[in-house]
Write a protein that binds this ligand. Structure first.
Ligand SMILES: [Zn+2]
Ligand SMILES: [Zn+2]
Ligand SMILES: [Zn+2]
Length: 198
């Protein structure tokens, strides 16, 4: 890895469903492929505030995935497990009171749980990492972060990733996959007992 951690490299995402000139269906680029999978992983999130997912990749193979929500064995956030998420605390505030683990945190700890090294891996995230996750990403030896949507609080995060030599890339012109499950529609958050704003 020769990257010195330039600010944010923008990478173009080619359309996943384009037709090849020869008439063959064009396969998605690797970045699109892994980001699409991250968007599927995101559907497992149980946070009433925001749904985020991460996919850790090494040598073009997925070694771990994670989505945000309550820790294992703790009541799910969208079932009232996290008072902070159920409150009207503005985005980015009272984070110290939140019981939800972040997607990156869960992907990294899931790798640890199974004894898989994340050294020199790439992490695909549907939302750019917060400062806490950036610290974990650095210390987990991950070398590259590819994100779709940008989280509002990023300046300090960007600067420590750069200083630590972790590349931060945004996937631009990326079309999120449309997930349709006519037979099993997602349970609406309002059907739970949470008092979230969603
Ligand atoms: Zn939550
Ligand atoms: Zn919470
Ligand atoms: Zn985070």
């Amino acid at each position: 890895m020769t990257s010195t951690g330039t600010p944010v490299n923008e990478i173009q995402a080619r359309p996943a469903q384009a037709t090849h000139p020869a008439g063959k269906t064009q396969r998605p680029e690797w970045d699109v492929y892994f980001m699409d999978i991250a968007h599927v992983v995101k559907t497992r999130s149980n946070c009433s505030r925001r749904n985020v997912a991460a996919v850790i990749v090494k040598d073009r193979r997925i070694i771990s995935t994670g989505y945000n929500g309550a820790p294992r064995g703790v009541r799910n956030c969208d079932e009232g497990g996290c008072p902070r998420c159920a409150s009207n605390a503005p985005s980015g505030t009272a984070l110290g009171d939140c019981i939800c683990s972040h997607a990156e945190e869960n992907a990294i700890t899931q790798a640890a749980y199974h004894g898989i090294s994340t050294k020199d891996a790439t992490i695909y995230v549907t939302l750019s990492p917060c400062l806490m996750c950036a610290k974990m990403i650095i210390n987990a030896g991950i070398r590259e972060v590819v994100f779709d949507e940008e989280y509002s609080v990023t300046e300090q995060t960007r600067s420590i990733l750069r200083e630590a030599g972790v590349t931060l890339r945004r996937l631009v012109n990326y079309a999120r996959p449309v997930l349709v499950r006519p037979d099993a529609p997602r349970i609406d958050a309002h059907e739970h007992s949470c008092e979230c704003s969603k």
